[in-house]
Write a protein that binds this ligand. Sequence first.
Ligand code: PEP
Length: 250
Amino acid sequence: MTDAVRPLITGNWKMNGLTSSMAEFEAMLAGAGPLAAKADLLVCPPATLVGAFAAKARGGKVAVGAQDCHPKPSGAHTGDLSAEMFKDLGATAIIVGHSERRADHGETDALIRQKAEAVWRAGLTAIVCIGETREQRDAGKTLDICSTQLKGSLSDGSTAANLVVAYEPVWAIGTGLTPTTADVEEVHRFIRGVLTERFKAEGAKVRILYGGSVKPSNAAELMAVANVNGALVGGASLKASDFLAIAAGC
Ligand code: PEP
C-alpha cells in the first residue's frame, strides 16, 4: 500500500451465513487487533446477521455493514430494508450498486445514487460499486463504463467520510481471474482523476477499493498498486483466516 489514504478491507458475505457463522466472525474479531494499525476492517454479512454481528463487534476492531438498502427511510415496501434500519442495528456502512444487484435486480445508476444518498441520510458510509463486464472490456470500453457509472451513481455531496468507491470488474468476481496490476493501476488512476475533478480535495482522499477474486496469495500485490486503498472481498471473506491474511497484505 503506497498511498497515504488509510486502507479499508471489506468483506461481502453475499447470501451466505447462518447464526452458526458467528464463530467465524468471532475469529475475525479475535485476529483483527494487530491489523488495525494497518487498515480498517469491515464485514458485510447478510441482513439477517447484521444486528448480531454488530452487537458482538461493539468495541472491537471489525466494523459491520450491510449489502444493500432501499432509498426510502420507511414505508410500504414489503421485504425491503432501509439504511436507518441498518444504522439502528449498529452498521456503519452499506454497499450499494454491487454488480450482482445491477444484474439480478436491474439496478440503474440513478437508483444506486438514490441509495447512496439514503446511506448518507442515515449517517453511514456508502460503498458504491462500479465495473465493466467481459464484453465491455474486450470492446475497450472499461474507462467509459467506469466514467458513466461514476457520473450516474455519485452525488454532489460525496466526501472521503461518506463515500468509498469499489472498482470490481464483473468478469473477475468469483471467477479466480484478476486484471493485471497494470490494468488495475490504469483504472484506479482514472477513477482518482474523476473523483478529484469532481470533488477536489475530498476526491483525493476517497478510498478506492479493488474487488474481484482477491485472496491471500494476490492481496499484497494488488494492495501495492497506486490508488488501490483496500479491497472488497467476496468468497475469501467467509473464512476468518483468509480475510485476516488479506488484510495483512496491506
Ligand atoms: C464481490 O462479490 O464483491 C467479490 C469481489 O467477490 P469475489 O471476491 O468472490 O470475487
